[in-house]
Write a protein that binds this ligand. Structure first.
Ligand code: F6R
Length: 348
């Protein structure tokens, strides 16, 4: 059942600390500063294929592998047939929560025809993807009933973070951040003011989400979740792309959620974009770990604990899940079964 929560989605958002503990269990060795997964992972290059929310996790995965020095690229599964074919020792990684998504299964079949080895990253033991791929990495999030993917996304990103770490030497900072992540997600759940933000902006004309680097897939995912369950117009943009077009949509009636973590170059540049939207009188909601001064330019702040950049994305995403959820609840939407959508999409 829903254990007292009004919707499965809210229950599953709150199950994220547990889902992440299960995902991490037995896989990170803090003493040795190492990650060990029961898959062979030593590719020359990686291509990810996935759809929807899982594609956003794949974008994070590609970013994290690049950081670890492995060339990696994420493709929408439905567009994979027209992509450059894998070469040599390439590994094609299918990221699919259900393990049954037709587009992803057919992209993986195409990859095998092209001679690639395949790895499934999935939540469902015995799913089609796990039977068809050479290897499987389970994300262990537990069953997800709400159509909108929440805890499975968090677990996918953590599984892909671990995968990237297996290729690096000692990774004590990242491992400590992974160890602290479930507790930090709990801290976000306990302190979030997302409901107040939802209340203030529920009647807006459209909702925009911006970020750079790992915060870019978070912006895309924030917008996808928002449009799926609120039925309102929501778009995610790479923060730097705003001025190349989307800025024309920005008005005082379009709140902009800016995902800004750390205090480096990316944060500084996103803050520049925040000033651009502010100059158009758009309300700004900063989702931030408080390391930069983005809060000075924001109408609202959704705080996340300070952590490693690699885990901050998961924390920021929890805030955006809650904003989407509370907005949809205020609008009286069918949150666990949004119109026109199915949990598992078995047609191409
Ligand atoms: C979004 C959502 C969909 C799925 C997509 C892929 O909340 O649930 O976008 O992420 O249909 O599904 P899987 O991961 O099962 O391949």
């Amino acid at each position: 059942g829903k254990s007292g929560y009004e919707h499965y989605m809210l229950k599953e958002i709150h199950e994220q600390p547990r889902a992440l503990r299960q995902c991490l269990r037995g896989r990170v060795n803090e003493m040795e500063g190492r990650v060990s997964l029961d898959v062979d992972f030593d590719p020359e290059r990686v291509q990810f294929v996935a759809c929807g929310t899982s594609y956003h996790a794949a974008l994070c995965g590609a970013h994290l592998l690049q950081r670890s020095g492995i060339p990696a690229q994420a493709f929408l599964a439905s567009e994979y047939a027209t992509s450059p074919p894998p070469i040599g020792e390439d590994l094609v990684v299918g990221v699919t929560q259900s393990g049954e998504t037709a587009d992803t299964l057919s992209a993986l079949r195409e990859a095998r025809r092209r001679g690639a080895r395949t790895l499934a990253v999935t939540n469902v033991v015995g799913s089609t993807v796990s039977r068809e791929c050479d290897q499987t990495l389970y994300v262990r999030a537990g069953p997800e009933i709400g159509v909108a993917a929440t805890k499975t996304f968090a677990a996918q990103v953590v599984a892909l973070t671990m995968l990237a770490l297996t290729t690096d030497g000692e990774q004590r900072d990242a491992i400590a951040a992974l160890r602290d992540l479930p507790g930090n997600v709990q801290a976000v759940l306990d302190s979030s003011t997302a409901r107040e933000v939802a209340e203030e902006y529920v009647d807006s004309e459209a909702f925009f989400f911006i970020g750079r680097g790992l915060c870019y897939p978070v912006a895309l995912e924030g917008a996808l979740k928002f449009k799926e369950i609120t039925y309102e117009h929501a778009e995610g943009f790479a923060a730097g792309e705003l001025k190349h077009g989307p800025l024309a949509l920005v008005t005082e009636d379009t709140p902009v959620f800016a995902v800004v973590t750390g205090d480096g170059e990316l944060a500084r540049k996103t803050i520049g974009n925040v000033k651009e939207v502010e100059a158009r009188d758009a309300p700004v909601i900063a989702v931030t770990d408080g390391q930069s001064d983005v809060e000075r330019y924001a109408d609202h702040v959704l705080r996340i604990p300070t952590s490693e950049p690699r885990t901050a994305a998961v924390l920021a995403n929890v805030q955006l899940q809650l904003v989407a959820y509370h907005t949809a609840a205020m609008l009286g939407r069918s949150i666990d079964k949004p119109r026109n959508l199915a949990k598992s999409v078995t047609v191409e």
